[in-house]
Design a protein around this ligand. Structure first.
Ligand SMILES: Cc1cc2nc3c(=O)[nH]c(=O)nc-3n(C[C@H](O)[C@H](O)[C@H](O)COP(=O)(O)OP(=O)(O)OC[C@H]3O[C@@H](n4cnc5c(N)ncnc54)[C@H](O)[C@@H]3O)c2cc1C
Length: 467
């Protein structure tokens, strides 16, 4: 292995190319910064490519709360002929469903068009830090080791790798609680929506429905099932504690799970994405345990697909059409920032003058086996994520965005979804571009938040005017 370290200079280095990282890189580059995007995987997009819907972008009242990069992505997916729909889940939220295969192209196009320098299959493994400043990030790929130097860095690694390596204080689930389980998302094509929705209409008792007052709007379960039927898309949440799934779990035909969530990804392929499999790990950062979990997750995928084909109308002719490119990890380390988003902020839908992104997803904590905590935001509204949540304590030139941002556990369980991650990434990218204009010792804490908010709104971010 070549240990020689070469050096490249940029204005902004972003580590991790998931929702947060691509939004950060696109936004920093759009604001004129020479931007590098480092991704350990083979594609750009992270969890955006798995087939799940974008949650946290439209609140339960139907107001869009994440804009800018999200709008550009949706527009590009549409231009490419991809499936994109804003839908009501008739349970707790509204979301954006899209085709993940088209999303792979859309993400890459936007990133390259913006002039971002991409390092694929490149792992950020070391931080060169002194006196509260990151001087560089050492990355490794097949060409060897390279020091990426810049005045500002953004950690969008999901796990907070750069912050942890720079010595930033991190938190993990407290009081012996297990982190949320890991899952393998998968897709099935050839699903007949008509019979599936007839089944929904005839069996509201088997479904998760109207868990937020803003979505229920005084309707009975039967009336909600009718609305799902009228919406005409396969948006179905089968409950683990109702007879259909519970008896299959009892018989050992299905692993214990809270829900089988079915969401559309393509009308052309008559395809849906399934979110249901789960394995609880004490620490998903332990690679050996993650490797073991893959075996069980693959068994669960096969069990779930077989169960749907056998027991759920509309799936008779369906077949497995895609698996997520990797195990999905919901929860690991969180950064301790200048500010911390609290559970109370989320529950109350708190607004702030220093908000640079919004979230609106319910507090959504998947648990071991059949458990899941779901607590909606008050009145179906949204809350603000203040700039300080993107500013790790103790380092002057490092920002964080996405799953590892600074939040209490319950608040994290809401803001971790992709609408919020895109918005946080956009805010971090624009903040980084503003920071590099400071001539002496650039310091992310000196960013003028009012100016940042203005720049973000100019770029399409939604920071006010919503419940
Ligand atoms: C199973 C599952 C289901 C979910 N369902 C939904 C849903 O339906 N809707 C929704 O909106 N959200 C959902 N979420 C949550 C959401 O997908 C994630 O929280 C969100 O996508 C995180 O975005 P991110 O950019 O922070 O991280 P990621 O998308 O994970 O991106 C981080 C990127 O950084 C890269 N990386 C990590 N470390 C390094 C390193 N050291 N060097 C270089 N690159 C690195 C990774 O390869 C990855 O591509 C789900 C999550 C899971 C796991």
């Amino acid at each position: 292995m070549n240990n020689h370290v070469s050096c490249r200079n940029f204005d902004v280095v972003v580590v991790g190319a998931g929702s947060a990282g691509i939004a950060a890189a696109i936004s920093a580059a759009a604001a004129g910064a020479r931007t590098a995007l480092v991704e350990s995987g083979p594609l750009l997009g992270g969890e955006l490519l798995t087939g799940m819907t974008i949650d946290g972008a439209i609140n339960a009242r139907g107001e869009q709360v994440s804009g800018g990069v999200l709008d550009r992505l949706m527009e590009r997916c549409r231009d490419l002929g991809g499936f994109v729909r804003k839908l009501n889940d008739w349970r707790l939220i509204r979301y954006v469903a899209y085709d993940p295969e088209i999303m792979k192209i859309a993400v890459a196009q936007l990133v390259y068009e913006q002039g971002v320098t991409v390092f694929l299959q490149t792992y950020a493994e070391e931080v060169v830090e002194s006196e509260g400043r990151v001087n560089g990030v050492v990355v490794r790929n097949k060409s060897g080791r390279t020091l990426l130097a810049a005045p500002v860095f953004i950690d969008c690694s999901g796990d907070g790798d750069i912050c942890a390596a720079a010595g930033v204080k991190m938190t993990v689930p407290e009081n012996g609680e297990l982190p949320q389980p890991v899952s393998m998302m998968f897709r099935m094509a050839g699903v007949a929506t008509g019979p599936l929705l007839e089944f929904v209409r005839a069996n509201p008792d088997l479904l998760a429905l109207g868990e937020s007052d803003a979505i229920r709007g005084g309707r009975t379960d039967a009336e909600i099932a009718e609305e799902i039927y009228r919406q005409g898309q396969p948006c179905v949440f089968l409950r683990g504690d109702r007879p259909l799934l519970a008896s299959a779990i009892e018989r050992g035909e299905l692993y214990p799970t809270a829900l089988i969530m079915i969401q559309p990804t393509s009308e052309e392929r008559r395809e849906v994405c399934i979110n249901s499999t789960r394995v609880s790990l004490r620490d998903p950062l332990q690679t050996a345990a993650l490797g073991e979990a893959l075996r069980e997750l693959m068994n669960q995928v096969r069990q779930c697909a077989a169960f749907l084909k056998k027991s759920v109308p509309g799936f008779e002719e369906a077949s497995l059409s895609g698996l997520a490119p990797r195990i999905g990890i919901r929860e690991t380390r969180r950064v301790v920032g200048e500010e911390t988003l609290t559970s109370a902020d989320v529950r109350a839908g708190r607004k702030r003058d220093d908000g640079v992104a919004k979230g609106c997803h319910h507090i959504d904590i998947h648990q071991d086996g059949t458990g899941q905590i779901r607590i909606p935001v008050a009145d179906g509204g949204s809350y603000d994520i203040p700039y300080g949540c993107l500013v790790p304590q103790g380092i002057r030139n490092l920002l964080v965005a996405g799953r590892c941002f600074s939040a209490e556990r319950e608040a994290h369980a809401s803001a971790r979804v992709m609408g919020g991650c895109l918005a946080m990434g956009q805010a971090a990218g624009v903040a980084a571009a503003l920071t590099i204009r400071q001539n002496v010792d650039p310091d992310v804490r000196k960013v003028d938040v009012a100016q940042l908010r203005q720049r973000l709104q100019d770029a399409g971010a939604i920071l006010q005017g919503t419940h």
